[in-house]
Design a protein around this ligand. Structure first.
Ligand code: CO
Ligand code: CO
Length: 353
């Protein structure tokens, strides 16, 4: 067993990945270009945004029940296969939580280079997945796996909600507050990790933030009258904020100094340009939506950093935001913070102050 443990710890899973994690996402403008040409069948049971940029799809199945579906998978973001399984699973569940829905069952989606990696790596990824699903009380009911030179892992998740009662990203209202529940910096830290720049405690912190479920944050938020919610993942804080601003026709003001990072080195690495490739895609696609009086490159590197399994971005009426924030913090989301406000001015745009 010890020999096996040694061999496993020698394997650097990220070296089998062409690009890291959500950074592997195909650019949103490329996707939009294709989706807009398709003749997609949709009857009136489909409740979610027809433009396809809602966190998950919602389909009404009866007057008091709708199903919510999503999937997410990516190549290894971390070297440890057990953590990789946990992170990919938490990340896929997050889109269900971001709709205010309850996840019920999942299917595992696996790509594995069976001739290059030992089967124990596969086992550890699946163990990470099943442990995370147990924590979330979500049933694993099947899946599909293929042999693939680049490993990948994720899940397809099915959840449920009431057809008239789930969160959208198109319903933010002006003069509300914006709360982010997890600290930022996973893209930058994963890049630094690959370059051997992180110590054990920084690695542990980063892994744990990515692997933590957005379930508790969603459950607490459901006790409040929430305007809109999304989760911050591959398009970064700006990209996902921008989707809400455009869909809801509101302006967003973000206060850079309020942002919390997983580690103080996030900004240092951002200054050194230690950023994943997807940051420049995010900047290219979303920069025109941003008013950025202090356009420092390192701040852009932070704001456009693609997040893996990031926090919920909650748009809450101003009069409830203090109480919601306090409740999040009291329940262990110690990094939760008010990072901005919605405004009437600059509709569809984000102003970074
Ligand atoms: Co999402
Ligand atoms: Co997603």
């Amino acid at each position: 067993v010890d020999k096996l443990t040694d061999e496993l710890s020698e394997i650097k899973l990220t070296q089998f990945a062409g690009c890291a994690g959500c950074a592997a996402k195909i650019a949103p403008d490329f996707l939009r270009g294709i989706i807009s040409t398709l003749d997609i069948y949709k009857d009136n049971t489909v409740l979610s945004d027809s433009k396809g940029f809602e966190d998950a799809g919602v389909v009404k199945i009866s007057d008091d029940k709708a199903i919510v579906m999503t999937t997410d998978f990516f190549p290894p973001v971390v070297d440890d296969p057990y953590f990789f399984g946990q992170i990919a699973t938490a990340n896929a569940l997050s889109d269900i939580y971001a709709m205010g829905a309850v996840p019920k069952a999942a299917l595992a989606l696996v790509g594995f280079p069976a001739t290059k990696l030992p089967k124990e790596v596969f086992e550890q990824i699946m163990k990470g997945c099943t442990d995370k699903l147990r924590e979330a009380k979500v049933n694993l009911v099947g899946g599909h796996s293929i042999k693939n030179p680049e490993p990948f892992f994720g899940t397809a998740v099915f959840g449920e909600c009431h057809p008239d009662d789930y969160w959208k990203n198109s319903t933010a209202k002006v003069t509300g507050d914006i709360i982010l529940t997890k600290p930022l910096g996973t893209g930058i830290l994963n890049t630094a990790l690959k370059m051997g720049k992180l110590n054990e405690s920084q690695i542990k912190k980063t892994y744990e933030i990515m692997a933590s479920l957005n379930e508790k944050a969603a459950n607490i938020a459901r006790q409040f009258p929430i305007d809109a919610v999304t989760d911050v993942t591959g398009f970064g804080l700006i990209g996902h904020s921008s989707e809400v601003a455009k869909a809801s026709n509101v302006g967003i003001k973000l206060f850079y100094d309020k942002l919390k990072f997983i580690d103080s080195f996030v900004e240092i690495f951002a200054k050194e340009g230690m950023i994943p490739g997807a940051t420049s895609t995010n900047i290219r696609v979303y920069e025109s939506d941003v008013l950025f009086p202090d356009g420092s490159q390192y701040k852009k590197n932070v704001l456009f950093d693609p997040q893996t399994s990031g926090g919920l971005l909650i748009f809450v009426p101003h009069e409830h935001s203090d109480e919601l924030l306090q409740k999040l913090i009291d329940n262990g989301m110690i990094h939760a913070v008010k990072i901005g406000q919605t405004t009437k001015e600059h509709s569809g745009k984000i102003e970074v102050l």
